[in-house]
Design a protein around this ligand. Structure first.
Ligand SMILES: [Mg+2]
Length: 420
């Protein structure tokens, strides 16, 4: 008689999955245009602008050495036949929301990590490694059938090893790391494969002969503390499988910590009028997405990059939580006026809305604001959203944006997008 007990099953303690969509943006573009499937493909911020960068690439482009965040120029030098496709952030965002919804059907403990990654704690439903793998595989199959995207899933008894596992086999694979085999599986890997070991921590460790995760696990704790302080001690514990951090549910819209956009116009910005027009355009694209997601910003962060590529950020708390473009724009403009000396022209500007709250939750109101005017403005901007939804992003433009042709592109929601 066949045994009902799977002898390979190992008790997990906790069962945590880390799901990572493979080459997210590039995979979405290829999914929607299968003629790209066998070509080296990169998704870029803005093909026309001088400083377009690579935001994502597929495996074919990766084989040529093309890297995320390098310039289009560099990528073309490595791979002259590379196919550059523009980004479609609203589409990626929608998929992010849908995938989180799917994950939340498995457990209420889902913690997003960027747009295309998330941890999910399935401990109550998957006591053993066999159950854990079954759920991981099922989620992967659903990503393919429901979203047309492949994902790599790491499954382990803590978050750090789950994350590590999702990097081990790509694409479309599950890697299970159990309390019984983590020493054999994880310890031979380079120490910087461990979450939160950045390049400076890596060089500190490597200089002292600590090359692998196993080396770190087996180095005396006091020694690690003397090199790296208490962060080092935490890393050493993680290397020993002792990471106890929990999956912090921030599911649904609450997962979004900020909504932002930045734009590099085809030529530099030389004065406040041009800057104001660009901020107008960016704040419209940011507030459009905020209204779509039903969130309000408590704080506006302005980022400025001058033409020597020096960047700074300044932030301001809004008098009242808002998704009104003109309020975001004014806050950003005040920050610019107060903080930028115009020693150099500006290369790019960005606005990020943070301290997000649910638009449906009761507002903190300020006595000093004209609520009727704000409501009218909000309705007006909603009407603009509808016109744009029906007739295209540039069907209706603010006068000052129309007057400054070079900032018009910002309304296309290209450029860098922050979701943290
Ligand atoms: Mg990914």
């Amino acid at each position: 008689m066949e045994s009902l007990i799977d002898t390979n099953a190992v008790r997990m303690g906790r069962s945590i999955l880390h799901i990572d969509i493979n080459n997210f943006y590039a995979s979405v573009e290829i999914r929607d245009d299968p003629s790209l499937r066998d070509l080296p493909v990169a998704v870029c911020g803005d093909r026309e602008a001088r400083h377009g960068i690579i935001l994502a690439k597929n495996y074919k482009a990766k084989a040529y050495g093309v890297k995320t965040a390098e310039t289009i120029f560099e990528a073309k030098r490595k791979c002259p036949d590379i196919v550059l496709v523009p980004s479609h952030f609203e589409k990626y965002e929608q998929i992010t929301i849908e995938t989180r919804k799917l994950l939340s059907t498995y457990s209420d403990r889902v913690e997003p990590f960027g747009m295309d990654e998330a941890w999910i704690d399935i401990s109550p439903y998957a006591p053993t490694s066999v159950d854990t793998r079954a759920i991981a595989d099922e989620i992967r199959r659903k990503y393919v059938s429901e979203f047309g995207l492949t994902a790599s899933v790491g499954a382990s008894f803590n978050k750090v090893f789950a994350k590590l596992g999702s990097d081990m086999k790509k694409p479309d694979a599950t890697t299970v790391i159990t309390p019984a085999d983590f020493r054999a599986v994880v310890w031979p890997l380079p120490v910087d494969d461990l979450l939160f070991v950045g390049s400076s921590t890596k060089s500190t460790l490597n200089a002292r002969g600590v090359k692998t995760i196993g080396d770190l696990a087996n180095t005396d704790e006091a020694l690690v503390r003397s090199w790296l302080g208490k962060n080092g001690v935490a890393l050493r514990r993680a290397a020993n499988g002792l990471d106890t951090s929990s999956v912090v549910p921030t599911g649904g819209e609450g997962a979004m910590k900020s909504i932002g956009n930045s734009f590099t116009p085809p030529s530099d910005i030389n004065d406040l009028d041009e800057a104001l027009a660009l901020l107008q355009s960016i704040s419209e694209s940011v507030s459009y997405r905020m209204r779509k997601h039903g969130v309000l910003a408590g704080t506006v962060v302005l980022s400025v990059r001058d033409n020597s590529l020096i960047t700074f950020e300044r932030q301001a708390k809004l008098p009242c939580p808002s998704a009104i473009a003109i309020e975001l724009r004014n806050a950003a403009f005040e920050l610019l006026k107060a903080n930028y000396q115009w020693h150099r022209p500006i290369r790019s500007l960005g606005i990020r809305a943070t301290a997000l709250t649910d638009a449906a939750s009761p507002l903190q109101t300020s006595l000093f604001l004209d609520h009727e005017a704000r409501n009218r403005r909000f309705s007006f901007e909603n009407a603009v959203d509808e016109i744009r939804n029906a007739h295209g992003k540039t069907s209706i433009l603010a006068g000052r944006v129309f007057a400054q042709k070079k900032v018009e592109g910002a309304i296309h929601l290209d450029g860098l997008y922050a979701l943290r």
